[in-house]
Design a protein around this ligand. Structure first.
Ligand code: GDP
Length: 174
């Protein structure tokens, strides 16, 4: 049997839903008031991936440090993958995604020199109207080297497990 440990970064502007997503994924609930800004560096989720494979996922939420706009190298160190999230009703959070992605790619690369597998999450898809057109997201995701993008709703528990599973599959291939 094999054990994998993956450090996954969760980044994006403030208020897009990062902490809620980690909380939803790890604790299987949606809590409107939860905010983890103190105490823990990461949340841990253990996945029985197959009969012979166990995966430990460390989700590193930048909780509250978005004001620094770019993170220190320590935070990126030994990461295996990344989730960049924006809020579909907040176009400025979408415009910031390219900065987050460039900062990520400049600070960490795979051993082979390629970029870290990174998925783009268009969160709060339960709300309307969207402030960012779907075709714009689609084009941007392709042009910016994401492994893909998904619309998510932490509130409705839509595509949270699915998107992280997709990222894990790509990290397993590395
Ligand atoms: P963070 O600053 O990126 O960690 O964002 P939070 O997790 O603190 O979420 C910011 C606000 O958005 C909170 O009031 C959440 O309840 C809300 N929120 C998060 N995800 C969703 C979602 O998918 N849909 C809706 N409607 N609200 C959400």
């Amino acid at each position: 049997s094999r054990d994998y440990l993956f450090k996954v970064l969760v980044i994006g502007n403030g208020h897009v839903g990062k902490t809620s997503m980690v909380n939803r994924y790890v604790n299987e609930k949606f809590n409107k008031n939860y905010k983890s800004t103190v105490g823990v560096d990461f949340a841990l989720k253990v996945l029985a991936w197959s009969d012979t494979e166990t995966i430990r996922l460390q989700l590193w939420d930048i909780a509250g440090q978005e004001r620094f706009a770019s993170m220190t190298r320590i935070y990126y160190k030994e990461a295996s993958g990344c989730i960049i999230m924006f809020d579909v009703t907040d176009s400025s959070s979408f415009r910031s995604v390219s900065n987050w992605k460039e900062d990520l790619d400049s600070k960490i690369k795979l051993a082979g020199g390629g970029p870290l597998p990174c998925i783009l999450l268009a969160n709060k898809c339960d709300l309307s109207p969207w402030d960012v057109p779907l075709s714009t997201i689609e084009q941007f995701s392709k042009a910016s080297g994401f492994i893909g993008w998904m619309e998510t709703s932490v509130k409705d528990n839509k595509n949270i497990n699915e998107s992280i599973k997709f990222l894990v599959e790509r990290m397993m291939e590395v």
